[in-house]
Design a protein around this ligand. Structure first.
Ligand code: TZP
Ligand code: MG
Length: 211
């Protein structure tokens, strides 16, 4: 079983039109992403599987974890390491039955109750947010903020991945909450040089804390 990474990059081709999913995965990996989440909400399933197959090969070569957003069927078809599921997506417990104990299953949560539900349903990690305002996802719940993030980190015994509006300026504050890791879209995908952006974020994530 691959590891739940600490620096997740979610690929996105709606917010920018310079890079494909595959190019973003390649660039993010070269900059130090340890998890790639293929995230595409629309389009033909066959096309999604073709893209996922290619990202899977890239991730396999680099020893990077490969997660598919929403689509359990695409994860099975492309032999991805796991899936990431929102509260109203395919149920986590059913995904576990289909993917097996070895799969990595992430759940989304925006408050403490949803985080507890992810735990009960058998998620391996929680994507918690939005921590800050974000324009990258419509219909998010309210901004959770750092205090709530810290509470979830302390109360829910699963790796917590902070998401939503995370960038190079706020990573130090996010880290102080004790989170396991972070996930980003725009801070890598919407930058002119995604590899360099990823490298910078990775560096900040690993920098020694000053107190
Ligand atoms: N889930 C909660 S916030 C969010 C998702 C997918 C969007 C994250 O994108 P960004 O650009 O890193 O704020
Ligand atoms: Mg979803």
């Amino acid at each position: 079983m691959k590891k739940i990474g600490k620096f997740h990059v979610l690929t996105d081709i709606d917010l920018q039109n310079c890079f494909s999913h595959i190019e973003l995965a390649e660039l993010a990996i070269s900059g130090g992403a340890d998890t790639i989440q293929f995230r595409q909400k629309t389009g033909e399933t066959i096309q999604m599987i073709r893209i996922a197959d290619q990202i899977q090969a890239l991730c396999e070569r680099a020893g990077v974890t490969f997660i598919i957003n929403d689509r359990v069927d695409v994860a099975i078809a492309s032999h991805a390491d796991g899936v990431h599921l929102g509260q109203n997506d395919f149920p986590i417990s059913l995904a576990r039955k289909l993917l097996g104990e070895g799969a990595i299953i992430g759940g989304s949560a925006g408050n403490i109750e949803e985080a507890r539900k992810c735990l009960l349903d058998g998620a391996d990690y929680i994507g918690f947010g939005p921590i800050y305002p974000t324009a990258s996802k419509e219909n998010t719940g309210p901004v959770a903020g750092l205090d709530l993030l810290k509470q979830v980190v302390e109360e829910v015994p699963l790796p917590i991945i902070a998401i939503g509006g995370i960038n190079k300026d706020n990573i130090p504050l996010v880290r102080e909450t004790g989170v396991y890791g972070i996930a980003v879209i725009s801070a890598v995908c919407c930058e002119k040089d995604p590899a360099e952006a990823a490298k910078c974020l990775r560096h900040l994530l690993e920098a020694k804390q000053h107190d």
